[in-house]
Design a protein. Structure first.
Length: 280
């Protein structure tokens, strides 16, 4: 076991180490990959869409000269996910930075939702990060260096009617990250939860959320930040050993204020705001 230390920076890049980024083919995952590559870290990019991964890998290598490997994997499924550590070891790489980012969101009344899709959401938002953290964290603690960034969301900071599964999954990511952060903070390993609010990404294409009977994307546009800004805040927070990073002043202010509003008042307001147009 490593000695007790209190180092809170990212491990230094080397030829034999890499950052594993899940959900790297688009949005914040790709933006985080750019941030890490700019710091000299080699990358293992994981997502389902191999062509998009390969395009990003070429872009990162050309821009920053780092080694970038790609692995197509559906992280919802336990069997292909369980092969990832061996595939990475075969590349001669050790994972010293883990970015648990892959995810999607369901929307609408839970009692009308597709049960299979809801279960897949839990597997991707909860089971996959737990599985990958369980695989890579012990070696980080043993080495006395490492960093894990779990991409959560402001949606996980309160229950969200009509997005029950997603907000619950992101709440798990937040609490999971905070607890392990405290466990390993003196072992040279940083665990940080990145909790962005609305971002300008492809996320909205599948979420189907509404607010006030309008597209959630339209309503929240004034508070939106770019994936690049969120990624920059997350990686900087990881470098400085922060427990939770909440990028964007408007969302930080809103989430801070919401802590003082009881659920008995907050939930009815959220239900009215998130209620689909056809239910009004």
């Amino acid at each position: 076991m490593s000695s007790v230390v209190d180092s809170m920076s990212l491990p230094k890049p080397s030829a034999s180490t890499a950052a594993l980024v899940t959900g790297a083919s688009a949005g914040i995952g790709g933006a985080i990959a750019h941030e890490l590559a700019a710091r000299g870290h080699g990358l293992v990019l994981v997502a389902r869409r191999k062509e998009r991964l390969d395009a990003l890998a070429d872009e990162l290598h050309n821009a920053h000269g780092v080694r970038t490997e790609t692995i197509a994997c559906d992280l919802i499924e336990a069997e292909p996910r369980s092969r990832l550590p061996g595939q990475i070891a075969e590349l001669g790489l050790e994972v010293e930075i883990l970015i648990n980012n892959a995810g999607f969101a369901t929307g609408g009344p839970f009692y009308e939702s597709d049960p299979q899709r809801e279960i897949q959401q839990v597997k991707l938002l909860v089971e996959a990060p737990v599985a990958l953290t369980s695989v890579f964290l012990p070696a980080m603690v043993e080495r006395g260096r490492g960093a894990i960034l779990n991409v959560a969301s402001t949606a996980g900071m309160q229950p969200m009617p009509y997005s029950a599964g997603y907000s619950a999954g992101k709440a798990y990511a937040l609490r999971f990250s905070e607890a392990i952060h405290q466990e390993v903070r003196k072992r040279g390993v940083t665990v940080t939860a990145l909790a962005p609010g609305p971002m300008e990404t492809e996320f909205w294409e599948g979420a189907g959320w509404q607010a006030g009977g309008r597209s959630f994307e339209q309503v929240t546009k004034p508070a939106m930040i770019s994936a690049e800004d969120a990624a920059r805040a997350g990686v900087r927070g990881l470098e400085s050993g922060e427990r939770v990073v909440l990028p964007g002043l408007p969302m930080r202010t809103a989430m801070f204020a919401s802590r003082y509003i009881p659920h008995a008042l907050k939930l009815p307001a959220l239900e009215r705001a998130m209620r689909p147009r056809d239910r009004r």
